[in-house]
Design a protein around this ligand. Structure first.
Ligand code: GLC
Length: 434
């Protein structure tokens, strides 16, 4: 078989037909219904104990963002009508690039990781000691109230020990008290709830929030069936765990090598943590079969998991000279001296991986928008954030155009909302003052 045929077949493994969007959306909604009914489901309906903000929330708040590769603490001033200012921001990676520390592994205890968070809070404390604190914590957690939540499990390959099942707010306030800071989180939210809050603070048409960065997830408005009230509440679905999706050969290889095989299936097909790795595994297989010009199995990139960052896919998709140069540099540093054919294969494979991600995400958004139809919104906006939306050329617009063709009779839009994890946490903390 010719190399061209092989590449076509490989790309075919990633093909999801646009005609299956409705079917996937129906399965997603079925899983949500089962979660609501308390039946077995790969999705969850985790109450946030928050409804949509009014947009009038004001004041200064401490926002802590714990969920991506960087830990961030900010002092945020909300000014109402969607306006805000980040007065101060301090940030530290959870894993030091120079290798001096790493809070992501099982060698770290929960106590140590929260002490690290507390130290960062202390850096802004002098200016913030009279402010309430909102914590964005972007891992599956079960909330009992707006300010108390238990960690269900880690995702995104994080694994500090002595943490699962424990109260996140208590772990943080204990670490703060240990360094003389007497404050408890007023609100604990998932990052999708944060992006919802920040988006809705600005535009009341927001009916859902979604992140596609290191991980993937979304939240939506659902009548508050888990409480006595019928109030509409924002709920976190942990959509990254959606499992009614076909895994191909490469998905299986990737999944088997993760910390949580069989879990976070959708996340492993669409998010920034995994897309680069999927591409690496696919290319390595082609290289081993002799179809990738310039492949040298002794190079580090083919032996070291996660050594092909998802950024590489965005450089490949970009037409800007800066990114094309970054890609050329990356190729050289990694000793991957391929030729024109090899580059063409890389382009085709990255496009296939990304297109599948966009179609799957669009299918879950279609499900949410269908579900939200009952809420009678004229215009429906999903607030989105995360590196894929921010940096991947054509990602946001590609998903939006699938949505518009799936739901032609509706006014739907995606709104890129940066600062969701900090402004959102501040707005949530402000809502506790009502
Ligand atoms: C993972 C987490 C989820 C979070 C998402 C985006 O899927 O489990 O809680 O919202 O990543 O950061």
């Amino acid at each position: 078989m010719t190399a061209k045929k092989i590449i076509e077949q490989t790309c075919g493994l990633y093909r999801v037909d646009l005609s299956s969007v409705k079917k996937i959306a129906a399965e997603f909604n079925g899983e949500l219904d089962r979660a609501l009914a308390g039946e077995k489901s790969s999705l969850q309906i985790i109450p946030s104990f928050l409804s949509a903000p009014s947009g009038q929330e004001k004041g200064r708040y401490i926002a802590v963002d714990f969920g991506g590769s960087n830990l961030r603490v900010m002092l945020v001033e909300l000014r109402g009508q969607g306006c805000y200012e980040i007065i101060k921001l301090v940030s530290q990676p959870l894993k030091d690039p120079q290798g001096r520390y790493d809070y992501t592994t099982a060698d770290t205890s929960g106590h140590e990781v929260f002490a690290f968070v507390a130290d960062l809070v202390s850096e802004i404390w002098a200016e913030a000691s009279s402010c309430k604190l909102g914590l964005t914590f972007s891992y599956p957690m079960l909330q009992n109230s707006i300010c108390s939540a238990r960690l269900l499990r880690w995702t995104k390959e994080l694994k500090p020990r002595q943490t699962e099942g424990r109260d996140i707010g208590q772990m943080l306030s204990k670490a703060l008290i240990d360094i003389g800071i007497d404050i408890k989180p007023a609100a604990i939210i998932n990052d999708t709830v944060g992006v919802f809050m920040a988006g809705c603070y600005h535009d009341s048409a927001v009916c859902a929030g979604s992140i596609c960065g290191t991980g993937y997830n979304n939240c939506l408005l659902e009548p508050g069936r888990m409480t006595a009230s019928e109030q509409v509440m924002i709920v976190n679905t942990e959509a990254g765990n959606f499992s009614s999706l076909p895994f191909n050969y490469y998905d299986q290889i990737l999944d088997q090598a993760t910390d949580d095989p069989g879990q976070q299936k959708m996340e492993k097909m669409v998010s920034g943590k995994y897309l680069g790795e999927l591409m690496r595994i696919t290319l390595r297989d082609l290289g081993e079969k002799g179809y990738l010009p310039g492949y040298d199995r002794s190079e580090r990139i083919w032996n070291q998991p996660y050594s092909l960052p998802t950024e590489v896919l965005s450089w490949l998709q970009s037409k800007r000279s800066e990114e094309i140069e970054q890609f050329a540099y990356w190729i050289e540093v990694n000793g991957f001296y391929t030729n024109q054919d090899g580059l063409a294969w890389l382009n085709l494979i990255s496009a296939a991986i990304l297109e599948r991600a966009m179609i799957l995400i669009a299918a879950t958004y279609t499900a949410i928008l269908e579900r939200n139809r009952q809420l009678n919104n004229e215009k429906q906006v999903i607030a989105v954030d995360g590196a894929l939306f921010k940096y991947m050329p054509g990602f946001l617009t590609g998903i939006e155009s699938i949505l518009r063709s799936e739901l032609p009779d509706r006014s739907v839009a995606l709104m890129y909302t940066s600062d969701g994890s900090n402004v959102g946490a501040a707005v949530a903390a402000a809502m506790t003052e009502r």
